[in-house]
Write a protein that binds this ligand. Sequence first.
Ligand code: HEM
Length: 462
Amino acid sequence: MPEAPAQDRPFTPPGVIVPDAPLPYFHALWKLMDNPLEAWPKAVYEEPYFQRGDDRQMFLYASDPAMLKDILLDRIDAFPKDWMFDRVTKPALGEGLLTAQGEAWRWQRRAAAPGFRPDNVAAMTPVMVRAAEAALARWRDRGDGARLDIATEMTGVTFQVILDTMLSGGEGIDVAQAARAITDYLETLGKITPADLLQWPTWTRVALAPRGYRAMVALKAMVDRMVARRRHEAARGDLVDLLMQAQDPESGRRMDDVLLRDNLLTFIGAGHETTALALTWSLYLLGADPGTAARVRAEIADVAGDATLTDDHVQRLTFTRQVVLEAMRLYPSLPLLSRMCAEDVEAGGVKVRKGTFVFIPIYAIHRHRLLWTDPDVFDPDRFSPERSVGRHRFAYLPFGAGPRVCIGPAVAQTETVAILATLVRGAELEPDPGHRIRPVMRVSMRPQGGMPMTLRLRQDAP
Ligand code: HEM
């Protein structure tokens, strides 16, 4: 029988190579430093939970939605963020919103929340569309057939969006330099190192990574300069003003320059890298599955014709949104969250001992055999309203869940759909068949070696 054309077959994009059984101790240790995703055995994808360890240290991988609900929501006080997370993030982000705990976290969250109200998000859409159009114009200058690293391209676009939407353009911040510094930080200090495993003081891990340290100092200096300038300028109504004016209603505390910088770096870091990755993986999937790309283009033509995309159009691009949701299922920007169990407690009916390291392996949860049909297949229709009925809230966690859920899902979803739609209208991107896709974890999940793709300009683009 003749083979069916590629687009008629379910498309199974490459993923992490999963070991059949838990790796031997030293191999697992090495993987933890090289690419933790490759240390998770099959059981993490097949069992409701998986425990490993001994009397000194237990590790729990939780995939059962009921257990996850206890960890992230119902018993959250028993599962604070853990010391390993602190070691990786705090050198750069200090006590900002992502890293703070308890009351110090609560008031910062309240302070930032108005910046993410639906009316504020809707007002950001034209900025997002303009950033994507500017990228398309640069691509046109490069010419048909140009080879682009889409991961770097998307980082540049989303970085500009954060600066333009939340920091009034962020004068004094050099996008290329800052994006390079963030990559340098993540590739050095964003990894677990021997100093972490041996629990040496945090300064040792920083001292052992001069490239990451220099990157961190440069980033902090850039933001410090911006804060110093803004303290003496009239208000502009952006996130910087919101945070500068915020006051803890209980203690009367305001953000000093250091906390303000920690938060601005948090928003820059948490807000652009994650969104850039969601776009990178979405563009890869569309490039590899032309049938789905054609459906996306048809939807955009149907909703917007030749007009520049508006927020109203973007909200009506339901299939395009499903593509992004499916890309974030297969390749979640943050593939792992971790917590520490602070007291003997039950989660999902299972006893968890105080001191247990709790892993929330989002990448594996999103491909879990008990939670998804054909989990490794790219199928955006699984997010259609009909097929989403009955899905457990805690089976799909690209933005986390519970009180510590991401503050920016509405921004991120509007941004990814607006930028993706603008780009696919003007260009087709072909994956490089010679490039091996290997997702690696450096806090976020990046394609190793970037995402090289070949540009095909669309002549009939509006
Ligand atoms: C596709 C894009 C994004 C993804 C996948 C994502 C994912 C996440 C996840 C999983 C968490 C929870 C971390 C945890 O529980 O340990 C989180 C927290 C956070 N995200 Fe996002 N995020 C995205 C976009 C954004 C944007 C656009 C912003 C802001 C501009 C943002 C700012 C934050 C902040 C400040 C936190 C900490 C919230 C808190 O602890 O109260 N994120 N994000």
